[in-house]
Design a protein around this ligand. Structure first.
Ligand SMILES: Nc1ncnc2c1ncn2[C@@H]1O[C@H](COP(=O)(O)OP(=O)(O)OP(=O)(O)O)[C@@H](O)[C@H]1O
Ligand SMILES: [Mg+2]
Length: 238
């Protein structure tokens, strides 16, 4: 059943493997991945390039299917989810990618509102929610700007605001601070921590060792597609 029960983990990977098959060459991206994330946790998934971080994120948002094992997210069995159910599932989580793809001809306000328009939300609800989420990410006064008039950090925050409009229980982010300088990256992380404090479970995949060490939250470390460490309040040791 798609609805989640309160005592269930928000995310559960059970003996998950992922083998990509490209040009008849098999790539083992993940092997025997076992972990779960409880409601309210903040988890960083770290590891060198090519260790499978993005693949975990893609499995989590139903962009890829596992080759073996089970993936459950927000009460959905992602092994069995049907294509037509994916949009409904995705509306229950917030996703932020590094290439945040803002619409260049729309303002910050319109970029955020658009996510609600396409899912058929009422004008009243949109007018109420958009200023709230812009305020949350510190962009209250920049709603009229176009993406090209924003710094990299501000564009990233717009993408976070957009991911928050459906008030998700889970926010998933892949390498969002990758191209930002240290100061901007920390600003973004503070926003994610704030969102987490408000009750949203947050899972990020990142290279950014300094930030991961600074926030002192759970760290899952990957090496060659396997989890080699899962620490409650971890350091990025690689
Ligand atoms: N669509 C795909 N087809 C074939 N192989 C893929 C595909 N996507 C990823 N891979 C391979 O799977 C492995 C894991 O890739 P993944 O993108 O998950 O790593 P990552 O840890 O996110 O790396 P990075 O830090 O560079 O983003 C790599 O060997 C990669 O080349
Ligand atoms: Mg990646």
């Amino acid at each position: 059943m798609p609805k989640s029960k309160k005592d269930k983990p928000i995310v559960a990977f059970n003996k998950v493997s992922k083998i990509y098959d490209k040009y008849r060459q098999e790539v083992v991206a993940l092997e025997d991945i076992d972990f779960s994330v409880a409601k309210g946790e903040f988890v960083s998934i770290v590891g060198r390039s090519g260790t499978g971080k993005s693949t975990i994120i893609k499995l989590m948002i139903a962009e890829e299917k596992p080759t073996e094992g089970q993936v459950g997210v927000l009460g959905w069995d992602l092994n069995k989810i049907k294509d037509r159910q994916v949009p409904e599932f995705r509306r229950q989580l917030g996703v932020v990618f590094q290439d945040y793809k803002l619409l260049t001809r729309k303002t910050v306000y319109e970029n955020v509102a658009y996510a609600m328009v396409v899912s058929g939300q009422s004008v009243v609800k949109i007018r109420k929610t958009v200023p709230q989420v812009l305020d949350l990410v510190g962009l209250k006064d920049k709603g009229r700007r176009f993406p090209k008039e924003l710094s990299g950090g501000e564009q990233q925050r717009t993408a976070i605001a957009r991911a928050l409009v459906h008030k998700p229980n889970l926010l998933v982010a892949d390498e969002m601070t990758g191209e930002l300088d240290a100061l901007y990256a920390w600003e973004i992380m503070e926003i994610l921590l704030k969102i987490n404090q408000m009750g949203t479970t947050v899972i990020i995949a990142t290279h950014d060792r300094d930030i991961v060490n600074k926030i002192n939250k759970r760290v899952i470390t990957l090496e060659e597609g396997r989890i080699i460490r899962d620490q409650k309040q971890g350091d990025y040791l690689l």
